[in-house]
Design a protein around this ligand. Sequence first.
Ligand SMILES: C[S@@+](CC[C@H](N)C(=O)[O-])C[C@H]1O[C@@H](n2cnc3c(N)ncnc32)[C@H](O)[C@@H]1O
Ligand code: SF4
Length: 462
Amino acid sequence: MTTSNLFNIDIIKKYDKAGPRYTSYPTAPMFHTGIDGDVYEQTLKDVAKSDSPLSLYIHIPFCNTVCYYCGCNKIVTKKYDRAQPYVDLLIKEIDKVADTMGDTKRRVMQLHLGGGTPTFLNDEQMRQLTDHLHKRFNFVPDEEGEYGIEMDPRECSETTVKVLRECGFNRMSMGVQDFDPIVQKAVNRIQSKAETLRVLNDARNYGFTSMNIDLMYGLPHQTVETFNQTLDTIIEFSPDRIALFNYAHLPKMFMPQRRIDENAIPAPQVKLDILEHSIHKLLDAGYVFVGMDHFAKPDDEMAIAQKKGNLYRNFQGYSTHADCDLIGLGLTAIGYVGGHFFQNAKEMETYTADIEAHHFSVFRGYALTEEDHLRRNVIMRLMCDFALDYKPFEKDYSIDFKQHFADALDDLTMMQDDELLILNDTGMQVLTAGRLLIRNIAMAFDEHLRAKQGDVKFSKVI
Ligand SMILES: C[S@@+](CC[C@H](N)C(=O)[O-])C[C@H]1O[C@@H](n2cnc3c(N)ncnc32)[C@H](O)[C@@H]1O
Ligand code: SF4
């Protein structure tokens, strides 16, 4: 893939509009309160006998300082004594799920600890949590499982890295965003190169097999020149994966973003220049553009899975494990079980009261219809393969693809004219220039978005 045809500025400008990231389909705004703890309980019982693998997501919401750009679900506090009661609640929730699933033989192939900052827990609490998980669930061995944790390197001693590895984690994702001191000050995230490199090296020494670094463009005071220096440093660190996110500025939704000086946010043209430069640079450094913000080394399993057509998408982004039931644990956590989405309470008081009362804390969710499953799979294959073969869908869902999706395919003809994709009789191929606009292409197949056009707030696609 050449960089110049991946990045066509005129085309990007034409399609630069808000759209979902499709970590789920239907997207979270479709969730409703008709799906509650009782539905969750019954669904867990229904899937307990399945022999397909399981994924677990655990949300640790606490952070000890706030990064102004942050759009994650978090609670900012310096009160570390909040961690133990939270771990106690998680253990109760784990027990409730495991008891409901009874003597399930389902094997856990994926665990992801996200946040917030999971290392807000101290080493002892992390051991307590993971020991309990291993007691109640049947984990596959280290080499077969994808056991990841999101890290803030400012919070992580060498001992902690060692403990995390002993707790079973084998992959790590670290937030960096930008090393420039002016940018770091403007977003209230002061993080040195030295501490980041140290954590990365410690993780490698203790046997973590995959390291990801998060970067962000569109932050205040960023320029192509300053961001280039961050990229130089990151490329020298040589992580297996790099996520390059577009800063989603939604100050009405995320209070801390109101502390960002909007005048210092780079102009749209500068953002595009930074993106273009970054893509050139990462591809030149040997990374593969996997899609939707993600780059990986060619020998990384994410890049390999994409080549083989075995890449999937879930709430954590891309995954190399087949689309399996995902159990969400903790405040705000979202799960996907037995064709339903389930989301836990967003307020700590509610979550605490529910779990203390031995109830599930699901407050909303969504039961996928057959049509949703079909569209979810179409969007998933597009996002992961940048191509669609109509035949498997026609066979699995007994449809005539072109007839069923006539309106979507009609919408896509404009993109074909703009050389973003090729439509033919049996499928479609996303062209290099269309890869950056894959969200726009997927949106054509989102029937809920069509119905709600204009109602729901999403971030810009680029
Ligand atoms: C859930 S955060 C957790 C990471 C960890 N707490 C840390 O800060 O290192 C994961 C990533 O989301 C990205 N992120 C957070 N807020 C964002 C926003 N408003 N727009 C785009 N990406 C964002 C950042 O790159 C961040 O590293
Ligand atoms: S980016 Fe990470 S550390 Fe910063 S506020 Fe968000 S979750 Fe917390």
